[in-house]
Design a protein around this ligand. Structure first.
Ligand code: C2O
Ligand code: CU
Ligand code: CU
Length: 531
């Protein structure tokens, strides 16, 4: 089954706008042959230099084996020009913002030689990838933190197609907020070509003053923790308001990744719809038409964009305030994300997008063990303490599961904010019949709501993490452990409470201040200040 209705409507409106329909076909039943007169999207390429401003350079592959991607990644501070004419010290992988694109095919092996040239300890976490537990990058749990000057070798096989990302897991709000994030695309060679040419859009923000200097990491104080820090400078692939060139009717496949600490991205373009293909774990069961793409922190969306503006037009795709709870939308303007320039070339007829994309079997939840996880926020004297079920991360007992078991988790959110819930290592299904079935690793649980997810623990035992992906919330304690036990392996018996708590406290508590943050600015971040 294909969905041609919407696409045809778009191409006909392009025809009308371009004034190409005035060739005598007017009248009651204008046959679709008018559209057939146009070239098909598949017959033309994207405009020259269409993604030049937005391209994320891939990592250099050091391994001649086509099924092994072997790269060096070095975390290091560099100076970049983010605001015009100003220098900003950014923490990067290999000097790039975002870090290099890791692109490979499902089934390929990845080897990463990681070096830490930051002034503080760090790790790399491979968000969404089903790696073995020892490669998960959780400091003090799956590996020791990599100290300044230290190295670590990561190696794993890419089990699933989809869009993923990598980022540190030490003092995450600070380190991700300073620029440490990079995209991962795992291709499935069987994907229909109709989805169009790919564009990775890694969205984030930074807290900069007018001189391009980063605001202090504790900017906004406890309010910054409670709300999460939304930087005033919006970044698309590390740039402020870059340009994208498109041709009317020629589709593009956007892989959107939200790498911001706390900001939700809600993308909208007047006169356009998007066809959502899926997200975290690649394709969903069906494609779906959307007027806006909403991506919560940590989440991904895979969507086809069909330019429908007449040739020669210039538009700006904007960030639109999204209600993620108290104070998130009131008196906040839309903000520009990137410019879309439609080239002066005749429109083409878009290719139909299949409606059925992938078979997704619902997990069998009969007899599944249920666990309840409530997001909780408490004010303890002057500081905000967050957690699950009233317990902050440091004091929490791990949840338990057995290899092969399926569980149902009730995510309960009575707080005033939405929380993007993320589970490491395993994909889950949201038990909600109004949603198109898909596999996810991150899902936003709206304020004052409950959500049920089903998850099956496959053959990868170990201690895994789950947390809110508003990174200030995670750092303030909204994080927990899940111990997946392999009953056949005696050495993976449940750890004593003492074992898992021997993690060095500084790993999560220290607020390392980068050398460049200085104390020169007391400006309160625009978003934090609720202008
Ligand atoms: Cu992007 Cu612990 O996660
Ligand atoms: Cu993760
Ligand atoms: Cu949260």
């Amino acid at each position: 089954m294909t969905r041609i209705g919407g696409k045809l409507a778009i191409s006909l409106s392009i025809l009308a706008l371009a004034g190409l329909s005035a060739c005598g076909e007017r009248g009651a039943a204008a046959p679709p042959t008018a559209a057939a007169a146009l070239e098909r999207a598949s017959a033309v390429s994207q405009p020259d230099g269409w993604d030049q401003d937005l391209k994320i350079a891939p990592a250099q592959d050091l391994n001649p084996d086509p099924h092994v991607l072997e790269v060096n990644l070095e975390a290091k501070p560099v100076e970049l020009e983010i605001l015009p004419g100003k220098k900003t010290t950014v923490w990067t992988y290999n000097g790039q913002l975002p870090g290099p694109l890791l692109r490979a095919q499902v089934g390929d092996r990845v080897i990463v030689h990681f070096k830490n040239s930051l002034p503080v300890a760090t790790t790399i976490h491979w968000h969404g990838l089903r790696v073995t537990n020892d490669m998960d990058g959780a400091p003090g749990i799956t590996q020791p933190p990599v100290e300044p000057g230290g190295e670590f070798r990561y190696e794993f096989v890419l089990k699933d197609a989809g869009t993923y990302w990598y980022h540190p897991h030490v003092d995450s709000a600070v380190q991700v907020g300073h620029g440490l994030y990079g995209p991962i695309v795992v291709e499935d060679p069987k994907d229909p070509k109709a989805f169009g040419d790919e564009l990775v859009l890694m969205l984030s923000d930074m807290s900069l003053d007018d001189d391009g200097q980063p605001l202090p990491d504790d900017n906004g104080g406890q309010f910054g923790v409670l709300f999460g820090r939304e930087g005033s400078t919006l970044l698309v692939n590390g740039k402020v308001r870059p340009h994208l060139k498109v041709r009317a009717g020629k589709q593009q496949r956007w892989r959107v990744i939200n790498a911001a600490r706390a900001r939700y991205f809600n993308l909208r373009l007047p006169n356009h719809r998007f066809v959502r293909l899926g997200g975290d774990n690649g394709l969903a069961a069906r494609s779906e038409d959307l007027y806006s793409i909403v991506v919560s922190p940590g989440e991904r969306t895979d969507a086809v964009f069909t330019p429908a503006d007449p040739p020669g037009s210039h538009k700006v795709l904007q960030w639109v305030p999204f209600d993620r709870g108290y104070g998130s939308t009131f008196n906040r303007p839309r903000e520009d994300l990137f410019a879309i320039d439609t080239v002066d070339a005749p429109p083409v007829t878009p290719e139909p997008i299949p409606e059925t994309l992938r078979a997704i079997e619902p997990l069998d939840i009969s007899g599944a063990k249920e666990q309840r996880l409530a997001f909780t926020i408490a004010i303890d004297g002057k500081s905000v303490v967050m957690g699950f079920n009233g317990t902050a991360y440091e004091h929490a007992q791990p949840l338990e599961a057995r290899v092969g078991e399926t569980q149902v988790w009730h995510l309960v959110n009575d707080t005033d904010f939405a929380h993007p819930f993320h589970l490491h290592g395993f994909f889950f299904q949201v038990l909600d019949e109004t949603r198109v079935p898909e596999w996810k690793d991150t899902v936003s649980v709206p304020s004052k709501s409950e959500m049920k997810i089903a998850v099956k623990f496959d053959e990868r035992p170990g201690m895994w993490m789950y947390h809110c992906h508003i990174l200030e919330h995670a750092d303030a304690g909204m994080m927990g452990h899940l111990h997946v036990i392999d009953p056949a392996a005696p050495e993976s018996a449940p750890p004593s409470a003492a074992t898992h708590m021997h993690m060095p406290a500084h790993v999560h508590d220290a607020k390392a201040v980068p050398a460049d943050a200085g104390s020169s600015s007391t400006d309160v971040d625009r978003a934090d200040a609720q202008q």
